[in-house]
Design a protein around this ligand. Structure first.
Ligand SMILES: Nc1ncnc2c1ncn2[C@@H]1O[C@H](COP(=O)(O)OP(=O)(O)OP(=O)(O)O)[C@@H](O)[C@H]1O
Ligand SMILES: [Mg+2]
Length: 354
């Protein structure tokens, strides 16, 4: 009898334990089901978001492709795709001891100053017997800035863009070495700004038209490489003499950037600063002063200012003025493309030649 009772009690205890275990399992299953639902809802939410983003990306890409196809700047879709920043090309390092100063009449070393600006000064020297222009930087330029300037020059290969020999970035003052472009036997260089004001230099209608045409070809070369000059003005154009007459050189790539970096170069100026900027930097496009990023169109505006400097002195054909007018449009969207301008300048050159 007692044994029976004990047996029943034990059975009851094991049943209780089994019930508890069952309860625990069902609670766990319930919890897991709730969690599964939560994860499913989250997955659905993120999937929908991903689809939205993906679709937006696709429409943007197709818009970019359409734009590039109908673009004034040609059919290169790369214009609208993310670009790499300027590459770190292998530009030779030139040691100071390989540079020789020009000599005076007595055979003594002299310094020939070519010019100076905000970022340093320029001197004429000789490198392996070749006349070169040494751009010596002050402390305002970082190694990165100088490397960028050198890299832009090294990436270009055009008769109106200076040949770069190398840089020195190991010992201050850092410098950049490029071929020296001068006029005849003159030891100094001559900018277009000076040529237009010089009583001894006469630019004929044909010669000035040819200079502008060759400069425009250099600009097209730069733009096709996805590069912006950002400082086109008559001080940054040199004249050199060839057997065919004057030949222009576009210089000073200190502000040049890849078009993909343009957005990071937006200016933020107060109304007062904007007024100052307009007076001081006539060659800078109006939209840049208002805070828009630089563009191919803003380079064309600066080019238009150079054209107006030249046409102020020399009579040109109508198509020259038409190109100039289109470059100087206030609205960058209304400005002409570099290829349109090239066409106008070619027509002008052929008319001047008649
Ligand atoms: N390759 C060259 N050959 C001959 N002269 C040169 C050459 N490069 C530069 N120069 C001369 O040095 C001057 C200054 O050069 P550059 O414009 O590159 O310097 P910069 O310091 O950036 O000047 P800025 O700040 O005034 O624009 C030019 O105006 C020109 O007279
Ligand atoms: Mg300059």
């Amino acid at each position: 009898m007692r044994n029976d009772r004990k047996k029943r009690k034990r059975l009851q205890q094991t049943k209780c334990k089994e019930d508890e275990a069952l309860n625990a399992v069902s609670v766990r299953i319930q919890k897991e089901a709730i969690q599964k639902d939560r994860f499913l809802a989250l997955a659905r939410k993120y999937y929908l978001k991903w689809r939205q983003v993906n679709e937006a990306h696709k429409t943007l890409q197709s818009k970019a492709n359409n734009l590039s196809m109908s673009s004034r700047f040609g059919t290169n879709p790369r214009l609208f795709l993310p670009q790499s920043t300027i590459s770190d090309k292998n530009i030779p390092e030139i040691s100071r001891c390989h540079l020789m100063a020009p000599k005076d009449k007595d055979g003594k070393d002299t310094t020939v100053h070519l010019g100076h600006g905000v970022f340093g000064k320029c001197e004429k020297m000789f490198y392996k017997g070749i006349p070169v222009a040494i751009k010596l930087y002050n402390n305002l330029s970082s190694i990165q800035d100088i490397r960028r300037e050198a890299d832009v020059m090294a990436r270009c290969s055009h008769p109106s863009i200076p040949h770069i020999f190398g840089v020195n970035l190991t010992q201050k003052p850092y410098f950049l070495v490029s071929y020296f472009y001068g006029i005849n036997n003159c030891t100094k260089s001559c900018t277009l700004y000076h040529a237009l004001r010089s009583p001894t230099i006469t630019l004929t209608k044909y010669c000035a038209g040819k200079i502008m045409l060759e400069l425009c070809q250099a600009l097209q070369h730069l733009h096709l490489k996805q590069l912006l000059h950002r400082d086109i003005k008559s001080d940054n154009i040199l004249l050199t003499t060839l057997h065919t007459g004057f030949h222009p050189m576009l210089i000073d790539f200190g502000k040049s950037i890849e078009v993909s970096e343009a957005i990071s170069k937006k200016k933020c100026l107060s109304a007062h600063e904007q007024d100052d900027y307009r007076k001081k930097y006539r060659h800078i496009a109006p939209e840049i002063i208002l805070g828009q990023p630089p563009s191919f169109a803003s380079d064309l505006f600066s080019f238009g200012v150079v054209m107006s400097d030249v046409s102020g002195n020399i009579p040109f054909e109508l198509c020259f003025f038409e190109g100039q007018r289109k470059c100087l449009e206030e609205d960058p969207k209304l400005r002409c493309s570099v290829s349109y301008l090239l066409n106008q300048l070619e027509t002008n050159a052929s008319l001047c030649n008649k």
